[in-house]
Design a protein around this ligand. Structure first.
Ligand SMILES: [Zn+2]
Length: 257
């Protein structure tokens, strides 16, 4: 398959939306149009207040194709129970202009997953994608109230790793369930450091340095469990896609009563 075929991606996504809408009502919202490409949010038509609210995002970085395709695979094949027993919303492709050319940043050269905090370290001009999401921040926080998963890849790596944002008391096996999916499919990061980040058993250890990612912002604003998973871009694409679909399923299952 062609990893950056956005026409096929949009077609497969609409077919997947048809399926999930048949399981329970789903609405598609266009949060912004970026050079002709929609930034979409899929949200259950009716939020059941007795169920957990979860948000899954993919495609913040355009050269990380297995996240968006994995999300489509999840929507196309998942156990319907997972959609019925939680209010799960989806941002299937946050950075469509980067995705269609396989470029990390958007077509204006902005990093779509940066500049999300109000600290002095944040850049003055957040990306168009972040502005779109921040324009509806109140609703994003509601849709992600019980947890947020963002699917990333590292194109340099043949090992997987993950970033976890939570208080230990809120974890209750959350880290382990996502790590287990990655470890079942890929070798896990052996090094204790990658770029400026420190890891233990392939799980990032927060060290208090500034983090301007969208997931860091959601955690700071009260979302109890936020995870950023990284599948290894040097491994076969089909395996990365199926792993991302499995990560979404594990994330939802963890939150079911
Ligand atoms: Zn990324």
């Amino acid at each position: 398959m062609t990893p950056y075929d956005i026409g096929r991606f949009n077609g497969d996504l609409m077919a997947a939306l048809d399926r999930v809408s048949g399981i329970r009502g789903y609405d598609m919202r266009v949060l912004n149009v970026l050079d002709g490409e929609p930034l979409l949010l899929l949200v259950p038509t009716r939020i059941n207040p007795d169920l957990p609210n979860l948000l899954v995002a993919a495609g913040f970085h355009g050269e990380e194709p297995a996240g968006p395709w994995g999300l489509v695979e999840f929507l196309t094949t998942c156990d319907p129970d997972l959609l019925r027993r939680a209010n799960v919303s989806f941002l299937p492709l946050v950075n469509p202009t980067g995705f269609r050319v396989g470029n990390r940043y958007n077509m204006w050269g902005e990093n779509p997953n940066y500049g999300c905090t109000d600290t002095a370290q944040a850049p003055a001009n957040p990306s168009r994608e972040i502005i779109s999401l921040k324009n509806m921040l109140h609703e994003v926080l509601h849709l992600a109230r019980d947890g947020f998963l963002t699917l990333h890849e590292d194109h340099r790596m043949d090992e997987a790793f993950l970033f976890i944002y939570n208080d230990d008391a809120e974890d209750a096996g959350f880290t382990a369930c996502l790590r287990h999916v990655l470890a079942a499919n890929f070798p896990m990061l052996a090094a204790a450091k990658l770029d400026e980040f420190a890891f233990t058993d392939a799980v990032w250890v927060p060290d208090g340095s500034p983090d301007c990612s969208f997931e860091a912002m959601l955690f700071k604003l009260g979302i109890p469990r936020c995870a950023c998973t990284e599948t290894p871009g040097q491994q076969p694409l089909d395996k990365r896609i199926s792993t991302n679909a499995a990560l979404v399923a594990a994330f939802i299952r963890h939150h079911l009563a």
